[in-house]
Design a protein around this ligand. Sequence first.
Ligand code: GDP
Length: 339
Amino acid sequence: MTNEVRTGTMTTFLSGGTGTPKLLSGADAVFDLDDLTVIGNTGDDVELGGLFVSPDIDTVLFERGGVLDTETWWGIEGDSHETHDRLHSIAEAADLETGPRYLPEDRQITGREIAEWRRFSGVAEFMTIGDRDRAVHLTRTGLLDEGYSLTAVTRTLARAFDVDLTLVPMSDDPVATLIHTESGEMHFQEWWVARRGEPRVEAVEFRGASDAEATSQVLGALADPVVIGPSNPVTSIGPMLALPGVERALSATPVVAVSPFVGDRVFSGPAGDLMAATGHDPSTRGVAEAYPFADGFVLDEDDETELERPVVRTDTRMESPADAARVASVVDRLLSEVA
Ligand code: GDP
């Protein structure tokens, strides 16, 4: 397959931590990376043992930087875990309770403003942070504490990883995705990482979103044609849509979305349960309803969903950059059609 790389047309991708980064792994075959902006979800971000961790931004950093562990789609390939393992052996030796340890309620909204409502103790660290990965979080946190914005810090980290597209967080303000379940309210990372998505979901809240602002870089990028990759519509794209002004901006620009479903089947992750819990059909049809501003959809060739907006079908399973390049070229074609 030959693709002509499109130059001179700015395009913006909205990204979570798996589906869209997969699509981006083949984007350079179709788009000039200098023309791409990726807006990363920050609703999954946490402060863990004082370290500010931004998992979706990091997946894009590591993927584009050529160091991502593509078995898991998080962390750095071949990373060691000496500090993480030692945190667990200390906790065990001292008989400390493991599992997510939230800082007390009054410590959730004081101190480092960017960390509001998502602060965990580092005792028996509940997320697996590799040693090289930790150096990224230490640098990010250090720069935030020096007074730089998350946008500026992300730009610095992108330089360190030789990332050739523009990567921006959706906001410099704190937004925390909280999952209300039958077992109580918990941060998305507790629900997904520590509890493996098991407690039944009753509602999803983007705490802080109505007071948070999309940055000027984000609003500027949303004036360009937009691609919503096959990310989780609820927890990866939902926090962006909850920011004031974002849906309006999307309604005013061409938008193409790639479905993370084939009919009612997801490729991976909890999108189905989360869609059902937030009043959407857990399917491509539900994704289309969640994105009323989308002008066209890329669906899998086995997806029989009929939509009233333009649809192009291809094999949307992406297991290699070549697969991703095929999907990206279909996205590009549909984007020119709907523009
Ligand atoms: P998260 O932040 O890790 O939850 O990742 P995202 O929200 O970016 O992506 C999760 C979504 O990616 C899931 O709903 C999957 O169905 C979807 N996904 C994973 N692999 C593929 C793939 O190869 N093709 C497509 N179309 N979707 C995929």
